[in-house]
Write a protein of this length. Structure first.
Length: 216
């Protein structure tokens, strides 16, 4: 049964009633920082918008009959950026007018955990338009896979970065600095293929122009 049909059922569990943690930590510090950086940049470039939500390692309930899935990052459009004073415990599609993420990200550590098959199939079945897999520790194999959903199947997009017109952002990798760490990071890009700056880079530009930040 599709979620649209289940929305007509008289009772569906709420976010408060559903488990919102399985007590399993994120796989590594690097994985955490990669999704954190995307969230920070997004909060800066879309600061004047309130119609989006970016979840990080948060449970997404897409079907009341299935357990949640927890992408390392996912972006939803057309939903409140902030929901209540206590924010979201989980992202529950039937409490968000049926809105599913338009973009999902999985960051692979040393050992894949279903990102290339099981999770990929779930995202395709639920209609996630763009799916990105990033394996930052790989040295010999391809690290970045960006897919777009077409007729129910994911098609690999060859470019890096990839412009996602339905999202209004591009996604790709490039070497840069975040929290003093210089390495390849995953970034958002504009429609000209120019990446958005990190907080470190914006601070460095400010200091170059105006000196140190004023003290409060």
């Amino acid at each position: 049964m599709l979620l649209e049909d289940k929305l007509h059922i008289s009772y569906l569990p709420t976010a408060e009633e559903l488990p919102h943690t399985d007590d399993v930590p994120v796989d590594s510090e690097l994985q955490d920082k990669i999704s954190q950086l995307l969230d920070i940049i997004l909060n800066f470039i879309w600061a004047d918008r309130s119609d989006w939500f970016f979840g990080k390692d948060m449970g997404w309930y897409y079907d009341p009959d299935q357990p949640y899935i927890a992408p390392d990052g996912f972006l939803c459009l057309g939903v409140p950026r902030v929901k209540g004073t206590n924010l979201r415990l989980s992202y529950v599609s039937w409490e968000e007018r049926g809105v599913v993420p338009i973009f999902a990200l999985e960051i692979v550590s040393k050992t894949p955990g279903g990102e290339y098959k099981r999770k990929k199939n779930i995202y395709a079945q639920q209609g996630v338009l763009y799916y990105t897999i990033y394996a930052p520790l790989r040295t010999r194999k391809r690290r970045l896979y960006i897919y777009r959903l077409h007729r129910g199947q994911y098609e690999l997009l060859p470019d890096n970065p990839v412009w996602m017109p339905e999202v209004g952002l591009g996604i790709g990798t490039e070497r840069g600095t975040y929290q003093g760490i210089s390495r390849e990071w995953l970034y958002w890009y504009d429609d000209r293929g120019q990446r958005y700056a990190t907080p470190d880079e914006l601070l460095a530009r400010y200091r170059q122009l105006f000196g140190e930040l004023p003290r409060i």
